[in-house]
Write a protein that binds this ligand. Structure first.
Ligand code: SAM
Length: 242
């Protein structure tokens, strides 16, 4: 797996680099192992055996449009992981079942999704907790936020994001991924996808906002990659708290 590794000494310089369209248009090289993604899909399908057919199929399909390899690479070896907007808990279930993290906490507003997450987690011996409470206790070695920010109303995005950052331990990681605004065809496809699948009008966040908010909170950008799968364009940014 190749990421563009960016030096962390000057965040202002990095922010400038990241504003360059060439960067956003994906000259970064990230090799995704699609055979591995199929293995993840099958593994998830099996783990949701006690859940509805719809949840099983969505869990199986997820790595096809949102590859898990890059996220697994970043999060493996972290002791405790908080996954914000965890949905049915795919990522934490995968990491825990592979023995790549010790403990996972998933938070989401969708109770139905959390019920499936708990059901799937109960099928194996894992230290996983899923909660719909907005009150999160403690700090974690890593906090992940995968495709969540675009579901938050624009006026709340800054406070929502800053609140979640406060749960990263000093020296810990923030794994942020969301959908890219470019190219436009992908942006509109995404808009349509969420209009149909979630019944929502989404609010994609410009990456510049994420860079300036993390800088404000004392985080340093460590790794960065943009990659596409079909009409789904992803932007992954990994930050470390100073
Ligand atoms: C596109 S799904 C991503 C789910 C999961 N992160 C994944 O990658 O499979 C977005 C999730 O964000 C959740 N979400 C939306 N608003 C939220 C909020 N204010 N707090 C926590 N989760 C939220 C939704 O319920 C949904 O499960």
């Amino acid at each position: 797996m190749n990421f563009i590794i960016v030096p962390s000494h000057s965040t202002a310089e990095l922010n400038n680099q990241l504003r360059q369209p060439t960067y956003l248009w994906g000259h970064m090289k990230l090799e995704i192992d699609f055979q591995q993604e199929q293995v993840y899909g099958r593994k998830l399908y099996a783990m949701y055996g006690e859940c509805s057919k719809k949840s099983r199929i969505l869990a199986w399909l997820r790595p096809w449009i949102c590859p898990y390899g890059p996220l697994v690479t970043v999060l493996q070896g972290q002791d405790t992981v908080l996954d914000i907007g965890c949905g049915t808990g795919n990522l934490l279930l995968l990491l825990c079942s592979l023995g790549l993290i010790r403990q996972g906490t998933g938070v989401d507003v969708a109770e139905a999704a959390l019920r499936d997450a708990r059901k799937a987690a109960s099928s194996f011996n894992a230290d996983l907790t899923f909660s719909s409470s907005p009150l999160i206790n403690g700090e974690f070695d890593a906090v992940s936020m995968i495709d969540v920010m675009h579901h938050i109303p624009v006026k709340d995005q800054h406070s929502f994001f800053m609140d979640k950052l406060s749960h990263v331990k000093r020296g810990g990681l923030l794994c942020y991924k969301d959908m890219n605004l470019f190219p436009l065809t992908h942006r509109y496809w995404n808009w349509l996808h969420d209009r149909i699948m979630a019944g929502q009008y989404i609010n994609l966040v410009p990456v510049e906002n994420i860079l300036s908010w993390t800088e404000e909170a004392g985080f340093v950008l460590e790794r960065s990659s943009d990659y596409s799968r079909f009409l789904y364009s992803h932007q992954l940014r990994i930050f470390r708290r100073r």
